[in-house]
Write a protein that binds this ligand. Structure first.
Ligand code: DSN
Length: 478
């Protein structure tokens, strides 16, 4: 698409919006400015292409389309069928998956679809068979009561939140922790790495129905072949949540034992992180789970979002292009350069480095909590998020870590030299920030001081660093 076409498209859209509610048009414009001017290091964010963004802003949003391609509960879904089928085809081809379900609205939704598909396959179907009925409405009250108890009494083993797992992998405050009797595997306290022998031991003791692999804050590769062997050894279904690293799988940076798709029974992902698509989720699975997965809506999902499925089709088509593999490799090269830059300046990193898209800085070495570090960096134009580190003494709210990731800056074109400069900016802010105290003199986990002049100076340096790599160079809103 020409630069003129992109500018015209977005300018016209804003003009139409401005005529109805100018404050929304202004906020959209301001968001572009903010994103253009800040160093976006949130590991789960990216910048979707103009084509992906435009595919979302249209009348597909007006269609209800419960059901699946060719089998809808609403009439008039022929065009939704086209985009949903395209998105699923691109997903299958890209990941080498037997089946793709592209309706989930988010990663949590995708995980819920997966959990209920496994529960339906492993718990509900055998109960129906035993009772010799076709569906739950045909069960006696007593059998239905027993099945509901059985569904609510299953076990899941996943990575603990503070070791880098996700809250949907069984964290008690999340629905996953309430649905399942859950246990976690952590990481080796000495190395920060997954200890597969300990995972196997936990699986043998706990005998989960589902073993979950995947993470949102673990900076290393995971050996999915070994996890599958562990799952098989205890009769567990092996599920992988690859939301964070789907782009690295799509770009063939993670292959063999490190590609979850050939090893897992079921794989979930978001589409907007390293995969660089629209906000949304997706499930890939082996053929035996396909029918249950396809029941995601209305089982746990509201009506599918056809406009987002259209955008998924566009983004997945982009990820199938040869240049996406180059992008994925540069994400990892940049994360490693950022890690090196931080380590050489004295930072402490969980696991001592990275082999994926993210780096987890233990900011206790700077005398700060994650919350203080996150805010001081934000004051300086560097957007990150605080994150627990293993055995975090500050808990999940204040934390002791800062998670930084490179998918977004790599999309802008920044390379390893700029990552070293980014490391310098981060290190400067963290060394110059001082933890504050509460009114009674006790140490505060939130208050901090950072010289405003220094914060402004760093923010200007961050903007200068970005100047060579304009965000959405084809979009001029002026
Ligand atoms: N919110 C995402 C992340 O930042 O990792 C996961 O849900």
């Amino acid at each position: 698409m020409s630069r003129n076409a992109e500018s015209t498209a977005f300018r016209s859209a804003l003009e139409v919006i401005r005529a109805v509610e100018p404050r929304v048009a202004d906020a959209i414009g301001a968001e572009l400015t903010d994103q253009r001017e800040s160093l976006k290091l949130i590991a789960s964010e990216n910048y979707a292409s103009p084509a992906t963004l435009l595919a979302m802003g249209n009348w597909f949003s007006d269609k209800y389309a419960e059901g699946t391609v060719g089998r809808r509960f609403y009439a008039g879904c022929q065009n939704v069928d086209t985009v949903e089928a395209l998105a699923a085809e691109h997903a299958r081809e890209l990941f080498g998956a037997a089946h793709a379900y592209v309706q989930p609205h988010s990663g949590i939704d995708a995980n819920l679809v997966a959990f209920w598909a496994v529960l339906a396959d492993r718990v509900e179907s055998p109960a129906l068979k035993k009772a010799q009925v076709r569906q739950v409405n045909d069960l006696t009250e007593a059998d239905w009561f027993a099945l509901r108890r059985e569904l609510g009494n299953q076990r899941m083993l996943g990575m603990s939140l503070d070791a880098g797992g996700h809250l949907t992998h069984g964290f008690r405050p999340n629905i996953s922790g309430k649905m399942f009797d859950q246990r976690s595997y952590g990481t080796d306290p000495a190395t920060g790495l997954i200890d597969y022998d300990r995972v196997a031991e936990a699986a043998r003791e706990f005998k989960p129905l589902i073993l979950v692999g995947g993470y949102s804050a673990y900076p290393r590769k995971v050996n999915f072949r070994i996890l599958r062997e562990i799952a098989d050894s205890v009769g567990a279904t092996f599920m992988v949540d690859m939301a964070h690293f789907a782009g690295l799988v799509a770009g063939k940076v993670f292959t063999g034992d490190f590609d979850p798709v050939p090893h897992a029974h079921i794989v979930t992902t978001t589409t907007h992180k390293s995969l660089r698509g629209p906000r949304g989720g997706m499930v890939l699975c082996q053929p035996e789970l396909a029918d249950q997965v396809d029941r995601g809506c209305p089982m746990v999902l509201g009506g599918p979002l056809p406009h987002v499925m259209a955008a998924k089709a566009v983004a997945l088509a982009e990820a199938r292009r040869p240049d996406f593999a180059d992008y994925a490799q540069r994400i990892v090269d940049n994360a490693q350069a950022l890690a090196e830059g931080l380590l050489s300046r004295g930072a402490t990193l969980v696991t001592g480095g990275t082999d994926n898209h993210l780096v987890l800085i233990d900011v206790s070495g700077y005398g700060l909590t994650g919350r203080q570090a996150e805010q001081a960096l934000l004051d300086s134009g560097i957007v990150t998020n605080r994150n627990s580190v293993p055995q975090d003494p500050n808990g999940a709210w204040y934390t002791s870590g800062i998670r930084v990731g490179t998918p977004a800056l790599t999309t802008r074109g920044l390379g390893t030299a700029e990552m070293d400069q980014t490391a310098e900016l981060i290190h400067t802010v963290l060394t110059q920030t001082t933890a504050g105290a509460n009114a009674d003199g006790t140490p505060s986990k939130a208050k901090y001081t950072l010289d405003a002049g220094l914060a402004d100076k760093i923010a200007r340096q961050a903007t200068d660093l970005l100047a060579t790599y304009p965000l959405y160079p084809g979009i001029d809103l002026s």
